[in-house]
Design a protein around this ligand. Sequence first.
Ligand code: PLP
Length: 412
Amino acid sequence: MSPSSSKTSLKTRERLSEVRYEIRGELARRARELEAQGRSLIKLNIGNPGAFGFRAPAHLQRAIVDGIDQTDPYTHQQGLPAAREAVAAHYKARGTPNATPERVFLGNGVSELIDLSLRALLNPGDEVLLPSPDYPLWSAATILNDGRPVYYRCLPENGFLPDPDEIEALVSSRTRALVLINPNNPTGANYPRELIERIVAIAARHNLLLLCDEIYDSILYDGAVFQPVAPLAGEVPCLSFGGLSKVHRACGWRVGWAVLSGDPLAIGEFHHAMDLLGALRLCANVPGQFAVEAALHGDNTIDALCAPGGRLYEARRAVVESVAASRHLELVAPAGALYAFPAVTGAALEGGFDDHRFALELLETENVLVVPGSSFNVPYRNHFRVTLLPQPDELREVFRRIERVLDRRVGR
Ligand code: PLP
């Protein structure tokens, strides 16, 4: 036997076979291959502001540069005191009960804190109520922390809003947490106050932790008003997530935070678990933490981008108008966040439509990369996601190319 034939492949964690993150998956790999062959692509798969020419505000950059001499040591596992104080003050001002620096956790992006929170909470077989569609890290982190995702539907015919009666019907003796993503990725839905009140009441009745992914909390269009969950939750345990990646266009700095609220008796053990897991990874990236105070106390730089004439507003308008002019598409216009989630409809669906095959054809023939809708844990296969970050004219061009692919399908 030759030495090489006695080798076996390394085994990996079995539950990884249940995990998908197609935003950076097969299609993105194929796109890189095409680029290496010299193709010029329009890539709409990642909500990465810096890749589309957005810059973090100058006063945030300055805060890191000015503080750099102090960034060599580890910080406390929950984060730099000044950053935690700034986050606490911001959440207190918006009505989060008992928002103190002790209840703030800084992390390497919201991504790390999502994983830590589910690791702190779940025992094998515990269930987490997740929206469908979801941001797929939530499903992945639930599965990899031995939990079971249970999906509540946010249907296009209901403006992608959830139905609280359906959520409550899905609660079992194993349900531990209820995840809300608002404003939503991928749909752009923005939840009204009455809906959030009903969801909070469900969490209260069934002793669930509310996990509130509010990373897009200030990215809103056409007068939409963001309603944070924590101020309505009162004593109900609630962990609210935010960060610098989207609102402050600094996703490469890897800065996120989570703010714990609710009855001190109910949240004490969970707080200790988060603190311990935070200690095991020592601390979050320190230079990034120096920008938090500047971000939360400095000038507002996002509203102008989302107002008429602003780049994000005009990008959203380009998508909404392109879909309105399309023979094949429908869209629930996004009220917030950085994405649109159009549906393919009508004759283009005849003979069976597969969102992956469509996305691959769009990439191969028209040099446009989108994310198939089923990557967001929905059972239907006629949606796709685009980010609103490109220039408006580039988005109009994208939708012309999408129309060409769908026209070809129906033989026009
Ligand atoms: N949550 C949602 C809904 C997101 O869309 C993202 C990133 O796209 C994240 C969390 C993670 O963000 P980050 O880790 O950059 O803070």
